[in-house]
Design a protein around this ligand. Structure first.
Ligand code: HEC
Ligand code: HEC
Length: 516
C-alpha cells in the first residue's frame, strides 16, 4: 500500500518505529527524564544553529549542565501534568490529571533514578530552532555535560525548569528538529527552491508575516521567482516554515512549525500577507498539496493521490499511522482554556495532542507513546517533551476573536440563545461557559448524526462536543467539514435530532451561533 511505503520510508530513514515494544518506549522515557533540560529557555528564544555548535564544546555544555542543576524535579513533574496520554501510565482517567499520571510519571521516574537527568538532554536546547539536525547533535553533547554536573551534585532532582521556554516562540518558530525529515526524507527544500514562487506559495495557502519583512522589500520583490520564496523563508517571513539559506541563496534545510496550520495573517498588506494571528486555523492552507511537492515522494503515486485529495483547510493526522484517508478540518486552537480534552475525538489534553502532532506528523525529534492507538515513537534527545508546558501556556492564552456587533442580528441572537438552552436542547451537550461537556462525556457518532469514521480511528471511538467559539471566523463546521455554513449546522441538527424547528427559529439559532 502506498501509505505503507510512505510510512516505511520514514521508518527506514530513522529506524525509530517500535510498534510492539512498550519496554523500549518506557526505557526511552525514563532515560530521557522528560522535562529535564533545555538549558535555559532564554537561550531558546534567540537560538540559532550556533547553539548546536556551542553545545558541542565542553565549555558550553558545562554551562548547560549548570542551568540544568538550577531546576527542581517538582517542576518537571508539574510540567508533566500537561502531557501524556491518559493511558500512558495505565490510569485511564481523563483530562489534565490523567495526563499527569501519564507521561510525567516516567519523567519523574527518570529524575528519581538519578543524576543522569540533568541531562536535560534536552539541551535540545535551542535544538528547537534552526538546523535541527546539528542542534540535535549539540543537544546530546550538551546533555552529557549536564549529566556530569548533576552526577557530581548527586541530587537526582536537579533539572531545568521546563516552563522557561517561551511558548509563543516555540509555537511560531520551533521545528523540534523536524527539518531533518522535511529536508533529508521529503527533500521539500529542493522543490521550494526549484519551483515554489511566492504566487504559487500564496495559492497553496502559505501566509507571509509582514512584520518580518524589511521596509520596501515587497515593492521590489519578484513574486514569480522561487528565489523570492527562499529569501522570504530566510527572513523567517513564511508563517510556519523555518529554513536555513546559505550565502549562495540555497535553501539548505527547511522544517515546519505549529504555526503552519494554526496561524493565519490579517491580510493587512494583501490577501495572504499581513500580521500573524496565532491560533486561527489556516483554512486556505493545502497541506496535502504542499507535501506532495516533495521529490522524496516522487513515484509514490498512491501517496500523492491521497495527499492531493485533501484540499485547502483539511489534513489527515492519522493517515500515515493507520493508512486510512479521511481528513479533518484544521481547527482553530484559541479559546481552549478550561477545555479538558482536545481534538474532535477527545483523545487527551492539549499536550497529549501537541506531542502526537509534533512527533508523528511534523516528524519532530521527540517521544510519543500511546498504546490505545498503538503508536510508540522514541527519539533521543527529545526536543519536544520539555517544551510542552510552555507551549500549553501559550495555547491557553490565545483567546477567540471578538465578534463585532455588526456581524449578527442581536435581537434574533437573543431569541436563538433561548432556543439553544431550551427547545433545541443544544446546551445539554454544549454546556457551561466553554459550551462543551468534554471531560465528563464523549458522544457516539449516532447521537449527533455524525459520520463515524474519524471516531472509529481515534483512541476514544467517540466525539467530543466542540467548544463553540469564533464560529464566524471558521468553517466549514464539524470534524469533516460537512456543514459549510452555520445555517447548515442548524439544519443538520434539526433533522438529526428531529427538533422540528421552524424556519424562523432556525434563523434565530444561526444568528446566536454567529455571536459566539
Ligand atoms: C499539518 C497541520 C498541523 C500542524 C503542523 C499542527 N496541527 Fe494541530 N491540528 C491539526 C489538525 C488537523 C487537528 C485536528 C485533529 C483532530 O481533532 O483529530 C489539530 C488539532 C490540534 C489541537 C486540538 C484543537 C481542539 O479544538 O481540540 C491543538 C491544541 C493543536 N492542534 C495544536 C497544535 C500544536 C501546538 C502544533 C505544533 C506542535 C500543531 N497543532 C501542529 C493540524 C495541524
Ligand atoms: C448530543 C450532544 C450534542 C447536542 C445535543 C448538540 N451538539 Fe453540537 N456538537 C456535538 C458534538 C459531539 C460536536 C462535534 C461533531 C463533529 O465535529 O463532527 C458538535 C459540533 C457542533 C458545532 C461545530 C463546531 C465547529 O467548530 O465545527 C456546532 C456549531 C454545534 N455543534 C452547534 C450545536 C447546536 C446549535 C446544537 C443544538 C441545535 C447542538 N450543537 C447540539 C454535540 C452536540
Amino acid at each position: 500500500m502506498a501509505q505503507h511505503s510512505f510510512r516505511s520510508s520514514i521508518g527506514a530513514r530513522f529506524g525509530l518505529r517500535d510498534r510492539s515494544g512498550f519496554a523500549l518506549a518506557l526505557g526511552g522515557l525514563v532515560s530521557l527524564s522528560a522535562f529535564n533540560g533545555c538549558g535555559g529557555g532564554d537561550d531558546d528564544t534567540t537560538s540559532t544553529a550556533a547553539h548546536g555548535g556551542s553545545a558541542g564544546h565542553g565549555g558550553t555544555s558545562g554551562q548547560s549542565g549548570k542551568s540544568g542543576a538550577s531546576g527542581k524535579s517538582g517542576r518537571a513533574g508539574s510540567g508533566g501534568s500537561h502531557a501524556g496520554a491518559p493511558d500512558q501510565a495505565g490510569s485511564g482517567g481523563t483530562g489534565e490529571a490523567a495526563g499527569e499520571a501519564g507521561r510525567s510519571s516516567p519523567g519523574a521516574g527518570g529524575s528519581a533514578t538519578g543524576g543522569s537527568n540533568a541531562t536535560g538532554g534536552s539541551n535540545a536546547t535551542g535544538g528547537s530552532d534552526a538546523t535541527g539536525g546539528s542542534d540535535a547533535t549539540g543537544g546530546s553533547n550538551a546533555a552529557s555535560g549536564a549529566a556530569g554536573e548533576s552526577g557530581a551534585g548527586g541530587e537526582p532532582g536537579h533539572v531545568i525548569d521546563p516552563t522557561s521556554f517561551d511558548g509563543k516562540h516555540v509555537f511560531r518558530y520551533d521545528t523540534f528538529g523536524d527539518d531533518v525529515f522535511w529536508t533529508q526524507t521529503l527533500r521539500i527544500n529542493e522543490a521550494i527552491e526549484a519551483a515554489l514562487d511566492p504566487t504559487t506559495a500564496l495559492g497553496l495557502g502559505l501566509k507571509v508575516d509582514a512584520d518580518a519583512l524589511p521596509p520596501g522589500v515587497l515593492e521590489t520583490a519578484d513574486l514569480s521567482s522561487p528565489a523570492t520564496t527562499v529569501a522570504l523563508i530566510g527572513l523567517n517571513a513564511v508563517v510556519g516554515v523555518k529554513g536555513t539559506v546559505d550565502t549562495a541563496g540555497h535553501l539548505t534545510s527547511v522544517g515546519i512549525t505549529c504555526a503552519l496550520c494554526h496561524s493565519s495573517v490579517d491580510d493587512s498588506v494583501m490577501h495572504g500577507i499581513g500580521r500573524r494571528v496565532d491560533g486561527q486555523a489556516n483554512h486556505d492552507l493545502d497541506p496535502g498539496a504542499i507535501i506532495a511537492l516533495s521529490p522524496g515522494l516522487a513515484g509514490n503515486q498512491a501517496a500523492l493521490d491521497v495527499l492531493n485529495s485533501w484540499g485547502p483547510g483539511f489534513y489527515d493526522p492519522r493517515w500515515n499511522e493507520d493508512g486510512i484517508n479521511h481528513p479533518v478540518v484544521i481547527p482553530s486552537i484559541y479559546g481552549l482554556k478550561d477545555v479538558p480534552l482536545e481534538t474532535y475525538t477527545g483523545d487527551g489534553p492539549i499536550s497529549y495532542w501537541n506531542s502526537y502532532v509534533a512527533v508523528t506528523q511534523m516528524h519532530g525529534q521527540g517521544q510519543f507513546f500511546d498504546p490505545r492507538i498503538d503508536v510508540a515513537v522514541i527519539y533521543e534527545p527529545d526536543l519536544v517533551t520539555p517544551k510542552l508546558p510552555s507551549l500549553f501556556e501559550y495555547e491557553v492564552s490565545l483567546a477567540a476573536p471578538a465578534v463585532p456587533a455588526s456581524a449578527y442580528d442581536a435581537a434574533a441572537a437573543e431569541r436563538g440563545a433561548a432556543l439553544f438552552d431550551g427547545a433545541a436542547h443544544c446546551s445539554t451537550c454544549h454546556a457551561g461557559t466553554t459550551r462543551t461537556d468534554a471531560g465528563t462525556t464523549l458522544h457516539a457518532a449516532s447521537e449527533t448524526g455524525m459520520d463515524p469514521v474519524t471516531a472509529m480511528r481515534s483512541a476514544t471511538g467517540r466525539y467530543r462536543t466542540t467548544p463553540l467559539r469564533g464560529l464566524l471566523a471558521n468553517g466549514p463546521y464539524f470534524h469533516d467539514g460537512s456543514a459549510k455554513t452555520l445555517a447548515e449546522v442548524v439544519a443538520h441538527y434539526d433533522a438529526a435530532l428531529s427538533l422540528g424547528l421552524t424556519t424562523e427559529q432556525q434563523a434565530d439559532l444561526t444568528e446566536y451561533l454567529k455571536s459566539l
